[in-house]
Design a protein around this ligand. Sequence first.
Ligand code: CP
Length: 320
Amino acid sequence: MKHLLGIDDLGAEGIGEVLRLADSFLEVTRRDIPKVPALRGKTVVSMFYEDSTRTRLSFETAAKRLSADTMTFSAGSSSLRKGESLLDTVRTVEAMGIDAIVVRHKSSGVPQRIAGWIDASIINAGDGWHEHPTQALLDVYTLRRRLGALEGVRIWIVGDVLHSRVARSGIQAFARMGCEVTVCGPPTLIPRGVEALGCNVSWSLDGIGEADVIYALRMQNERMTGSFVPSLREYAARYQIDGRRLRPNQLLMHPGPVNRGVELAGEVVDSPQALIVQQVESGVVVRMAVLYELLAGGGPAREASRFTQEDPTRVEPQPA
Ligand code: CP
C-alpha cells in the first residue's frame, strides 16, 4: 500500500495488519526511551490547511518515535498567502526530498489529487466531509483493546453525520470489523443514502438503550452553510448524550474536540465510561503503524519481519 486515502484502501485484512502493528508499537511507547529506528532516513511532512490538535501532534509524535525526520508546513505563514497554488506548493515540498505527506484540507478529494501529482506517500488526515481514515483506525483499535473481538458490537453514531468525515470512515471501518452500526441525528443532518456504507438510520434516540457503544459527533459549524437545526438548545434537548441517556453498561466515544453542553454533557465526558482520552492515546501508536506500513516498504508480512529484525527486543503483538 502506497497511500492511505480512505478506509477502502485497507479492507478488513489491512485494518487487522495496522492493529497488529499498533500493538507492537504500544510496547515501544512504554519504554524509557520510546523510540525505534524503523524509519531512520525518511522524512514526513505535516501539511494542514485546517486546524488540528490531535491528528497533527500525534502524527508528528508518531514519526519522531519511528526516528523519521519531520517537517511542518503552516498554511497561514506559507507562500500560499502570496498566491502559490496547491500544485506548486506540494511540488516545492517534494523537491526538498520527502517520503510522505500527511494532509488535511477543507475540500474533499485533495489528498487523492496530491497523490496523483507527486511520488511521495499521501496520508489523508481529514478531507472535507469525505474521510478521516486514521481516526477510524484509532477508534477501532481503542474499542478492540477495551472489548476484544468487535463482531456483533452495536455502535450508535449520534449527531452531525452529514458533515462528518469521521462518521464516513468510522461506519466503514466498524462495519468491516463486524459491528452493527446505527447513525442517529435530525433528518437534516443524516446524509441521504448513508445506509450504503453499511449502517442503519434512526432519527431519534428512542432505541439507544440497545447500543453497546455511543459515538457522539461534534456539530461541524465550520462546514455548515445554512441552518440545520432550529437552535443548539433544541438540538441538545433531543440529541445530547447526558447522564440520563448514557446507561451504566454503555461505553462513550467522541473524536474530539468536544463541545461540552452541546453533543455531550460535561458529566459524561468525565465519566469512567468515556474512552475519549484512550482514543487520543491510541492515535499515536495507530499512526506509527500507518507510517510504518506505508514507508517501510513491501507487503504486510515482510514489513512486520523487518521491524522484528531491526528491533530484537520487540514483543509479539497480542492475539486479536
Ligand atoms: N479528531 C480530530 O481529528 O481532532 P483534531 O481536529 O484535533 O485533529
